[in-house]
Design a protein around this ligand. Structure first.
Ligand SMILES: [Zn+2]
Length: 446
């Protein structure tokens, strides 16, 4: 039985139903995505694939934040999107479109499945305003000079996900906090456009021209497509507070119903043991990763609830391990059945809160087991979760190389040994090895 750790309960939990609604907090599309993003979305992908492997029917929704995410979590500072547009001297809509495109290209290279529904925050302005109206009507929200705020003191469970209390939040509040707020932890539902500045993105509302607060879009989009209660909500651990805590408060205040059953959070990623930050100049974007599937392999050797330490050495080792796996797979004979013994071990590992390091050890145990049968079909079955592209492996070998191999086979049949050898050299120069067997030519990555 599949069990997933729930941040809210602190326990591993299972599901009683066969259809699972899954919501993923998407990116703020103002810059190139980095390794931390990849690690986070990779783990959501493993979660979804594991659910599907267990025959759950998954409905997966993700948002794209293209407005309202401010530089500071305290609802102050510039809008990240507006800031990026100004720096790059581009229209904010163009910035959003460009980085959304890059984001999905990167996901594809990492074999991360596309959500069933993707919605931009700016696609749901009307729905967001409708929810804010309900919060005002129910007495959970109030207006001050720079926007409409959620009153956390009206929601006694505020802090249940992060372990924060209103007292602790008050004590730890920054001094430059907006003093008009009733409590330092009150968060913006709708912010008014600044009086001295023209925003590129702003909308009319019953309260004044402005834009939605960051947390609102996820409640809006989750409710719009998945209903009042969703089964699993994923995100990075840095989203727990204030983002997810605030999503809970808004949604449960509106619906008087539990918003999320299981909160799934990926721990952070470090670079060579250090926090990734622009000031340390150790910021690695996905554009710099030449072999995305090797990165995926590297991620597979770790568990999502342990901080991930990315190292260049680790990526190199993953690259060579992935190559060995591919070469082994390419040398296998076709099989129709799945090795049940190994499948059971694999499924037990992934079903224990996505224990991928264990699952990978089972992959290699199967490979090395001389007596094990049906390896090819079994590995293909595992790859539904691993996503290393085994099924498409033949496609990874370029058409050009496959043509050269065919030609060489013909030359060999006609006993033109010299020509055949020349072709072998050509193939090897391009990074592939060939071996002649009774059944034909075996190809592998050099
Ligand atoms: Zn979110």
């Amino acid at each position: 039985m599949l069990k997933i750790y729930n941040t809210l309960s602190g326990k591993k939990e299972s599901f009683r139903k066969k259809t699972i609604t899954l919501y993923t907090c998407g990116p703020t599309v103002y810059d190139y995505d980095h390794l931390g993003h990849a690690w986070n979305y990779f783990n959501s992908d493993i979660l979804r694939r594991t659910l599907e492997y267990n025959n759950y029917k998954v409905k997966h929704v993700m948002n794209i934040t293209d407005v309202g995410h401010l530089v500071s979590d305290a609802d102050t500072g510039q809008d990240k999107m507006e800031k990026s547009a100004k720096e790059k001297k581009k229209s904010i809509w163009k910035i959003a479109e460009y980085f959304t495109k890059i984001f999905f290209e990167n996901r594809k290279k990492l074999n991360i499945l596309y959500p069933h529904i993707v919605s931009r925050a700016t696609d749901c302005i009307k729905e967001t305003q409708d929810l804010i109206k309900i919060l005002i009507k129910k007495g959970y929200a109030y207006k001050i000079s720079d926007g409409i705020y959620f009153n956390v003191q009206k929601f006694p469970k505020y802090g249940k996900l992060s372990g924060n209390t209103l007292e602790k939040l008050k004590a730890g509040a920054r001094i430059d906090i907006n003093l008009e707020k009733k409590h330092p932890a009150d968060f913006a539902l709708w912010k008014f456009s600044p009086k001295n500045e023209k925003r590129q993105m702003e909308w009319d509302s019953p309260w004044g021209k402005g834009f939605p607060g960051w947390h609102m879009e996820c409640s809006t989009i989750a409710m719009k497509y998945l209903g009042k209660t969703i089964d699993i909500h994923t995100g990075g651990e840095d989203n727990i507070f204030p983002h997810h805590e605030s999503e809970i408060a808004q949604s449960e205040a509106i619906n008087k119903k539990r918003f999320v059953r299981i909160w799934f959070h990926t721990r952070h990623l470090k670079i060579e043991g250090q926090k990734m930050s622009k000031s340390l100049k150790n910021f690695i974007t996905l554009r710099e990763i030449k072999n995305p599937l090797a990165l995926r392999y590297l991620f597979l050797t770790a568990h999502y609830r342990t901080p991930f330490n990315y190292t260049e050495k680790g990526l190199k080792a993953a690259e060579s391990a992935l190559k060995s796996l591919y070469n082994f797979f390419l040398s296998l004979e076709d099989s129709k059945r799945i090795n049940k013994k190994y499948q059971k071990q694999f499924q037990t590992a992934i079903n224990d809160d996505l224990n991928m390091p264990k699952a990978m050890s089972i992959v290699w145990k199967l490979i090395k087991d001389q007596k094990a049968k049906d390896k090819k079909q079994t590995l293909l079955n595992f790859d539904k979760v691993l996503g290393l592209g085994l099924k498409e492996l033949k496609i990874i070998i370029p058409e050009k190389i496959r043509k050269l191999i065919k030609e060489r086979e013909t030359q060999r049949k006609e006993k033109n040994w010299e020509k055949a050898d020349k072709l072998r050299n050509q193939i090897e120069k391009q990074g592939f090895l060939i071996k002649d067997t009774e059944k034909g030519t075996n190809i592998s990555f050099a």
